[in-house]
Write a protein that binds this ligand. Structure first.
Ligand SMILES: NC(=O)c1ccc[n+]([C@@H]2O[C@H](COP(=O)([O-])OP(=O)(O)OC[C@H]3O[C@@H](n4cnc5c(N)ncnc54)[C@H](OP(=O)(O)O)[C@@H]3O)[C@@H](O)[C@H]2O)c1
Length: 247
């Protein structure tokens, strides 16, 4: 049995990661504020007995300053403890295409990748595209009354269950450094995803597609956040996920 600490193990991708580890008979140790571990404001973290760390912690912000502060501090907390306590593998989840829009939230993801690469715990980084759940996250973040404003975006969303399988496989193996990209099987338009989600959940309201300003907006609209041709592709489409969200 391998002991794996899952930073952010209560989150959107953290939950299926923990479920996958447990289904394989491994010991999953959840690190999150709800479990009494604050990776940013806390005194540090105890990783004694932990073989590998999967970092799927997150902060919800568009601010480069807040994102960078979160990901740098959380990563440093995990790597300091990992070095001290003999963790043999640090796995970080990053996002496809972050160089195309290096400001805002992605500034933090770039800072996280730099910290992991420069750290002294052997590492792997997997970059994924947006999750199928991104449609719901968009509604939560951009709804103004009955109107949902959706940025113009080309995306190739992936199943968090399939992503969890890939992250756990990665963590149980030897560190590989950059592990490339994982994407879903089909390109979608975010506005179509949100319309389908709003219809399926009977939430009601109007979905308006709008251009998102700045470099991030251009990158989203032009498809610069789509995977490279060599990316590994999952199987479950967004439509299949919407019909069976738990599978
Ligand atoms: N969303 C996407 O489409 C997407 C696509 C590709 C990659 N990613 C990456 O996937 C990762 C996970 O994203 P997600 O959407 O699954 O996140 P999420 O649902 O927002 O969950 C965030 C997790 O982080 C924990 N957390 C937040 N602040 C913390 C702190 N100070 N100390 C300890 N734990 C903390 C939260 O638990 P508590 O609140 O209990 O602390 C929660 O378990 C992120 O690195 C993100 O960049 C996301």
């Amino acid at each position: 049995m391998t002991t794996v600490a899952v930073a952010g193990g209560t989150g959107t991708v953290g939950r299926p990661v923990v479920a996958r580890l447990q289904a394989l008979g491994h010991d999953a140790r959840v690190l999150s504020r709800a479990e009494g571990v604050d990776l940013v404001a806390g005194p540090g973290v105890d990783l004694r007995g932990v073989d590998a760390v999967i970092d799927v912690s997150n902060v919800t912000t568009l601010s480069a300053r807040r994102s960078t502060a979160f990901f740098e501090t959380a990563t440093r907390t995990l790597l300091d403890a990992g070095r001290r306590d003999g963790v043999r593998h640090h796995v970080a989840l990053s996002i496809v295409g972050i160089e195309a829009a290096p400001g805002g939230y992605y500034a933090g993801k770039l800072a996280q990748e730099r910290a992991v690469r420069a750290g002294s715990v052997p590492w792997s980084i997997l970059r994924a595209t947006q999750f199928h759940e991104f449609a719901a996250q968009t509604v939560r973040q951009t709804a103004i009354g009955p109107v949902v404003l959706v940025p113009r975006m080309r995306t190739q969303p992936v199943s968090t269950r399939e992503l969890a399988v890939a992250l756990v496989d990665l963590a149980l193996g030897d560190p590989v450094g950059d592990d490339g990209e994982l994407a879903g099987p089909r390109e979608e338009r975010l506005a179509d995803m949100v319309r389908a989600y709003v219809g399926a959940t009977r939430r009601g309201g109007r979905v308006l597609e709008v251009p998102f300003p700045g470099r991030f907006g251009r990158a989203m609209a032009r498809g610069e956040l789509l995977p490279d041709p060599g990316a590994r592709l999952g199987r479950q489409t967004f439509t299949e996920w919407l019909e069976h969200p738990d599978t």
